[in-house]
Design a protein around this ligand. Structure first.
Ligand code: GAP
Length: 451
């Protein structure tokens, strides 16, 4: 994880928030490569959920919601972690994350000092809206995006003529006052979720639950993730959230071990029933195709962390490789044995798709390379680099996860061909420059991970 954190900072994926002030715990900033990666991961999920599913539509609800929402959802009452403090060293722990014997003996796992009794700590951030800071002005930063979907479910049925079964997808920020925020961007106080709520007829929920488990597994397969680094974990009775009848996590083998990446939950009709009670509005679905049968739908939820997916994709792509000698197009320099760090992103997720590199700045090669870059950038995210030895430039692109390098050399001037170099195999082929865009499109579509 240290290597990934350091690469992420060095190459502008992720920076510590407010670093010049010593950093803000639980918050991170996404740099030029990081925001591109995050946007592409979000785009892949959005395409999967909306474009590829006729029965799912999108939504972007506000972060600030009526405070009654969180009473209805059960978060005011139940969204708590058990907390203990050490009276001696003042360290703070989640009681369920320290060894049981320490908890039983009330002994600090760090200094051996005495621990306080366990108390409940609500994870929601509370603030005030308006000028008066009294109980009437309390408002919460949403701890999950899901509730914005539930309160809009009737609006969407009416405006978009949706019929059950159907889903609503949303990507957005969520906030939790996490007690423990280690492991880089894994668990943070400000993060993003990609959630989809699928509304089904009661009685068909188990079937849909299994169907969504299958679909979410297939999604990661399609994304090119190492499938032996993924597994299912079913929640035991003591792990189930207050709203869930059944829940499975997709866990990923992060450097610190198996951890939750995404949850698939059967939330039953809990949320909509509670919103009916708290708002006084009828949240029943009227089935016009079935004698106006009325019921409160069950909800199958797929809930993935976007920022956690960024970490997963970084970990999954990270590789160090011994490279005995890499042939450099048209160049005799720098063939020394070497190690390279390479991010093996799927080309459709890579922040930069292709880098255009003139072998030399002189003799019109830079101008020719700039022309090629201009043409490619209409369709692809393209970088241009003319600084330093070509071997070093390849290494820089490998480290940024750029799947294709286009090298412009003296032969390019003569016959209009360029060298296309593949990040994973380091193979190089010559391609006529007018065929480059079509070739890149094909390579992205047919990409198969080698390692
Ligand atoms: N609406 C259901 C829900 O929020 P969750 O299991 O609490 O369920 C879903 O969260 C996903 O959101 C997790 O699988 C994880 O990927 C992400 N997530 C949750 N808390 C997070 C945090 N503090 N930092 C980063 N990601 C988080």
């Amino acid at each position: 994880m240290e290597k990934i954190t350091s690469l992420a900072k060095r190459r502008g994926f992720v920076f510590q928030s407010s670093e010049i002030y010593g950093g803000q715990n639980g918050a991170w900033d996404y740099g030029p490569l990081g925001i591109e990666l995050k946007n592409r991961i979000a785009g892949a999920w959005w395409k999967e959920m909306t474009q590829l599913h006729d029965d799912i539509v999108g939504l972007d609800a506000a972060i600030l919601m009526h405070p009654r929402t969180w009473e209805a959802s059960g978060h005011v009452e139940n969204f708590t972690d058990p907390l203990v403090d050490c009276k001696k060293c003042k360290s703070r722990f989640r009681a369920d994350m320290i060894p049981e014997e320490n908890l039983a003996a009330k002994k600090c796992p760090e200094c051996g000092g005495e621990l306080t009794d366990t108390r409940k700590f609500n994870l929601m951030f509370r603030t005030h809206i308006g000028p008066a800071e009294d109980t009437a002005s309390v408002i919460y930063l949403r701890p999950e995006t899901a509730q914005g979907i539930y309160v809009n479910y009737k609006n969407i049925i009416q405006s978009n003529r949706m019929k059950i079964p159907f889903g609503i997808a949303q990507i957005g920020k969520a906030f939790r006052n996490e007690i423990v925020t280690k492991n880089f961007i894994f668990r943070t106080c400000e993060f993003e979720q990609m959630e989809m709520q699928f509304f089904v007829k009661p009685g068909s929920d188990d079937e849909w639950f299994n169907e969504w488990r299958k679909r979410r597994w297939a999604y990661y397969e399609k994304l090119g993730v190492k499938m032996d680094h993924l597994r299912w974990h079913q929640h035991g009775p003591d792990e189930l959230a207050h709203y869930a009848k059944d829940a499975y996590d997709i866990q990923y083998l992060f450097p610190m071990g198996w951890r939750e990446l995404e949850g698939v939950h059967n939330r039953t009709n809990y949320d909509l029933t509670r919103h009916t009670q708290y708002s006084g509005k009828d949240m029943q679905y009227i089935d016009q195709d079935n004698n106006n049968e009325r019921y409160i739908p069950y909800i199958i939820e797929t809930s993935a962390g976007l920022t956690r997916n960024v970490l997963m994709i970084l970990c999954d792509a990270y590789d160090e490789e011994y490279v005995p000698s890499e042939k450099k197009s048209g160049s005799s320099e720098g063939s020394a044995d070497d190690w390279r760090t390479v991010l093996r992103f799927h080309p459709s997720l890579a922040p930069v798709t292709a880098a255009v590199l003139p072998l030399m700045k002189k003799d019109g090669l830079a101008e020719l390379a700039q022309d090629i870059r201009r043409e490619l950038k209409e369709d692809f995210a393209v970088d241009y680099d003319q600084a330093g030895a070509i071997g070093r430039r390849y290494r820089r692109q490998d480290e940024a996860g750029t799947p294709f390098c286009v090298t412009v050399d003296y032969q390019s001037k003569e016959d209009g061909t360029v060298t296309l170099r593949f990040r994973d195999s380091m193979e190089q082929v010559r391609v006529p420059k007018q065929e480059l865009a079509a070739r890149l499109r094909r390579e992205i579509k047919d990409y198969k991970r080698m390692k």
